[in-house]
Design a binder for this molecule. Structure first.
Ligand code: FAD
Length: 442
């Protein structure tokens, strides 16, 4: 008789009791036999207050150099970079882990770090991605080979390991993380900002010199009433899931794409808690319907849909689709980018590849909200027209923008100036020191 058919095993209470008894016996037995127990059974949380932080009850005050809001593709790298550059840095993330679209959205195939047979983006984002693949025993694409389709050189990573490593790198760089929190009110001060934030059971006041807005939709820029752009109808989001087979993170399961399955969520909007709730409910219902129709088991579901588009800033420079497709070398370029023009519509997407040899660049001035001081953005909200943005917004350029914003903010805090007034040569020098690739002039 199979053990599962034993009546006792079908009684939840006795089954559970027996499981606990067996677990205890297992531990006692192992210990009695002098065997090592390999699993970690106890961990302790770190002290609640750290240097520079005053705390009374739920009220906390932080005096820091750089506040990074949003710990996604761009923000994670911005924070690590600012910390490594010696700035007292806090990264604030409304969710409970880092990575943004890479992890919560399940877009765990960052790209593109290469173009036309060579690597064009490296630095801290690449370090994290590479370490994630190495530790997971995965494989990296061969960048010397120009792939038949652009997506073939995206890197498949284990999304869970990615945020564990990101947290480790933050800790090593002295970056503190505030999960479940978001800014509620922002005011200018003599030398920066006073940012009042909320989380459950937490009210935090951050006094900082610089803000790096990496919220995807430039939410801090919006709170400051600085101009932003938005399309009337935004591109669909996608909810990712897997039916009928176990998720094998970091490993494509089928030839070619083998990723999680995706359903378009039209109207998905990351702008606020109400629109994110609506998109999540709609996407999840569609997965449930699909499951019922196919009669397959649901094996994996991302906690939120991926959002492609919401607000973009109006920056000191606006990157146009002509700049992008012609591979314009901006005088103040801080990183490269590479991806086809990739606009998703109601009927799908038809990527338009760039001409051979074209490698677009991103200028520092496109990260600076027009007319602002002491704030810089990074990620998909970069100042760009819609079509340029559809290519620029992929993860490797977002990471590279994050690193550049981290450098610019840290140097601006140190020099008591604003990111746009930091000499470009110093930004380039520090970026290169931390492994980033500076765009070539030709
Ligand atoms: C379905 C889909 C498929 C894609 N395919 C690819 C692909 O194949 N390859 C590729 O490289 N890229 C792909 N992309 C694009 C890419 O993933 C995103 O454009 C990129 O990750 C955006 O990075 P970001 O840092 O700007 O934003 P995000 O990664 O979204 O990070 C923003 C972070 O800010 C946090 N946040 C927002 N508001 C607040 C607030 N007020 N307070 C605190 N935290 C806040 C969010 O929780 C989030 O963690 C895809 C995107 C989608 C949606």
């Amino acid at each position: 008789m199979e053990e599962n058919n034993h009546p006792e095993n079908n009684d939840p209470s006795t089954g559970r009791r027996r499981f606990i008894q067996q677990s205890l016996l297992g531990v006692a037995g192992a210990a009695g036999a002098g065997m090592a127990i390999t699993s970690t059974t106890h961990v302790a949380v770190a002290a609640e207050t750290t240097e520079g932080e005053a705390q009374t009850g739920q009220d906390i005050t932080d005096e820091i150099d750089v506040l990074v809001v949003g710990g996604g593709s761009a923000g994670t790298i911005a924070a690590i970079q600012a910390g490594r550059a010696g700035a007292r840095t806090l990264v604030m993330e409304r969710a409970s882990y880092l990575g943004g679209m890479t992890t919560r959205g399940g877009v765990c195939f960052p790209g593109l770090f290469d173009a036309w047979g060579k690597q064009i983006i490296a630095g801290i984002g690449w370090e994290l991605v590479k370490e994630c693949v190495d530790l997971d025993g995965g494989t990296l694409p061969n960048f010397a080979k120009v792939p038949r389709n652009h997506w073939m050189n995206q890197v498949h990573i284990n999304q869970f390991l990615y945020y564990l490593l990101a947290e480790e790198k933050c800790a090593q760089a002295g970056v503190r993380i505030a999960y479940h929190e978001f800014p509620q009110q922002i005011q200018k001060t003599a030398d920066g900002w006073r940012v009042d934030c909320a989380g459950f059971g937490t009210r935090r006041r951050v006094l900082c010199k610089q803000i790096v807005d990496c919220t995807g939709g430039a939410e801090v820029v919006g709170m400051l009433d600085l101009p932003r752009l938005r399309e009337e109808e935004t591109q669909p989001g996608s909810i990712q899931f897997l039916l009928g087979q176990a998720n094998n993170p970091g490993r494509p399961t089928n030839k070619g794409n083998g990723l999680l399955h995706a359903i378009y969520v039209h109207g998905a909007d990351s702008s606020n808690s109400r629109t994110v709730t609506e998109a999540s409910l709609t996407g999840r219902k569609a997965v449930l319907d699909k499951m019922r129709k196919t009669n397959k088991r649901l094996m994996h579901l991302q906690p939120e849909p991926g959002f492609r588009e919401s607000f973009r800033i109006v920056g000191e420079t606006m990157i146009t689709v002509n700049d992008y497709t012609s591979g314009r070398k901006f005088d103040d370029a801080i990183c490269n980018a590479f991806y086809p023009v990739d606009l998703h519509t109601k009927t799908g997407v038809r990527p338009k590849p760039l001409k051979p040899g074209t490698v677009p660049t991103i200028p520092l001035s496109a990260l600076i909200p027009k007319g602002s001081r002491n704030i810089i953005v990074a990620g998909r909200c970069v100042s760009s027209d819609r079509l340029a943005n559809s290519g620029l917004r992929v993860q490797a350029p977002c990471m590279a923008m994050g690193q550049a914003a981290g450098v610019a903010a840290a140097l601006a805090a140190k020099k008591k100036t604003t990111p746009l007034e930091v000499p470009l040569a110093e930004i380039h020098q520090l970026l290169a020191k931390h492994g980033a690739i500076i765009p070539s002039k030709e």
